[in-house]
Unconditional design. Structure first.
Length: 256
């Protein structure tokens, strides 16, 4: 389950923050020159989330990282909800955009998927944030435009184009969450997945009846040998992405 969600703050204040329409920048508004920029605030909050998780990001903690008082930080950012939107929009603006292998829609879609996977690897906390109501800042809009253009020309209607992109990105986010769960399990147990299964093999052998569950025994053994554990994030991503693209190919070919 996502622990936070975007667009949970005041819409007007959030949009003003994301698009640079803060009170201090409005025409006719005078006041002391601000010591920090919203870019610095976002960078500090993102670094904190990358290191300790998004739950560690509080207004007080970010203020401390910047050498400000908590009250001073509120003069830049209205609150935690708006700060989260600023963080998301910032990483969206800075995310990589790789060159596709060729000019075909499938290669372009693969590049989009890989770009988003790289984003989640760099900022694992992003995968845990619900964006059903996305932060409509310049970073998100540039990301959305770029990703739609990658699928443009495949013969899809605008509605199907949006749905195809949502389907693709949803798959990547699910993979990112599974990978994050795996890393958390390794950290909590101080063992890799392979080490955990070896350590518990004797106990499992006592309770698992291979004759009663022959298919599970056969397939589980084959997968475990291939992956060195019950689950391989890399294999799941490569295998799953191919299947997602195969499904979209059927939709595309049906529209030709």
């Amino acid at each position: 389950m996502a622990t936070d969600r975007s667009s949970a703050g005041d819409p007007a204040r959030t949009l003003a923050l994301l698009w640079g329409l803060t009170a201090a920048e409005k025409p006719g508004r005078r006041g002391p020159r601000q010591a920090r920029s919203t870019e610095e605030i976002a960078a500090s909050a993102i670094a904190l989330a990358d290191a300790e998780g998004v739950d560690a990001v509080t207004m007080r903690r970010v203020a401390q990282e910047l050498g400000l008082s908590a009250m001073a930080l509120y003069t830049y950012v209205p609150g935690k909800a708006e700060l989260l939107d600023l963080m998301l929009d910032t990483v969206y603006a800075r995310m990589p955009r790789t060159a596709p292998a060729d000019d075909g829609w499938r290669a372009r879609a693969t590049a989009v998927a890989d770009d988003n996977r790289a984003l989640y690897r760099a900022h694992p906390w992003v995968a845990s944030v619900s964006t059903s109501r996305p932060p409509l800042g310049p970073g998100l809009m540039a990301k959305y435009e770029y990703e739609l253009r990658a699928l443009e020309g495949a013969g899809l209607s605008d509605v199907d184009l949006d749905a195809a992109l949502t389907h693709l990105l949803g798959f990547v986010q699910t993979c990112a969450r599974m990978a994050a769960d795996g890393r958390a399990a390794e950290q909590d147990s101080a063992m890799s997945d392979e080490q955990w299964w070896v350590a518990n093999a004797e106990l499992l052998a006592r309770v698992f009846d291979a004759e009663r569950y022959p298919t599970a025994a056969r397939v589980g053994a084959a997968a475990g040998e291939a992956h060195g554990g019950a689950y391989s994030p890399d294999h799941a991503y490569v295998f799953g992405l191919a299947r997602v693209l195969d499904g979209l190919a059927a939709l595309v070919e049906g529209n030709l």
